[in-house]
Design a protein around this ligand. Structure first.
Ligand SMILES: [Zn+2]
Length: 229
């Protein structure tokens, strides 16, 4: 009997720590680096750094339904293995699914094996495609309630396959919003940057849709619309 209690307590503890870890890992308070200056606030409830303002606005224009969604675009060098990273803000969870705040962290530098450039020096279309992909993630998140979001966080960090699905769904949302052309430019830019470590390219190849898969998605979308008519 006693042993059973120990197991129950142990399992509860493990589950709680995994849950808390996932929530904290997958959320972030917006860094103060880029943002609180009222001059930087454009659109509705957005914080947008001036140096990439045009590209962000261009990407946002494809997502009219995110007009009222609070999103802070902030420069943050801690974007793990990615150039950009989209997360819900954990403290906004209590406001419910509709009023959640999101943060898109942007690594201030695009680093290749031998040199690095400020992210705003990347080609305009590449940046628009990149933001379009991140806004695809945000769209995906807005469709999940808090519990699904926490579950998503756990799966995202524990399973490569789930991560792959999340990336696919972000790309699919971007394609549905008419951003295929930009996504392809961004992907080609990454794949053809000779100076990027092969490991990074392999990771992109493994986890993200290829330009061809995006073209297929566009075709499928067109076919579906024809059928729907
Ligand atoms: Zn992504």
């Amino acid at each position: 009997m006693k042993r059973r209690y120990v197991w129950v307590i142990l399992l509860t503890l493990i589950f709680t720590s995994v849950f808390v870890f996932a929530v904290v890992y997958f959320s972030a308070k917006p860094a103060d680096i880029a943002g609180s200056n009222p001059q930087n606030v454009f659109y509705h409830h957005k914080t947008i750094p001036v140096v990439v303002q045009k590209e962000i606005m261009a990407a946002l224009s494809f997502y009219p339904e995110l007009k009222e969604t609070p999103i802070d675009f902030v420069f943050d060098p801690n974007t793990s293995k990615s150039v950009m990273l989209s997360q819900p803000v954990v403290s906004s969870f209590f406001r419910g699914q509709k009023n959640r705040t999101y943060v898109i962290k942007i690594n201030p530098r695009f680093t290749t094996t031998h040199h690095s450039i400020p992210i705003q020096d990347a080609p305009k279309k590449v940046l628009i495609g990149w933001f379009g992909h991140e806004l695809g993630h945000i769209t995906d998140y807005t469709h999940r309630d808090n519990f699904q979001m926490a579950w998503f966080g756990i799966r995202y960090i524990t399973s490569d396959k789930y991560l792959m699905n999340a990336e696919k769904s972000a790309d699919s949302y971007a394609v549905e919003h008419g951003m295929a052309e930009y996504l392809i430019v961004t992907k080609n830019f990454i794949m053809h940057s000779a100076d990027l470590p092969q490991s990074y390219k392999d990771r992109i190849k493994r986890l993200y849709l290829s330009p061809q898969q995006i073209m297929d998605l566009v075709k499928k979308l067109k076919a579906d619309t024809v059928v729907a008519r």
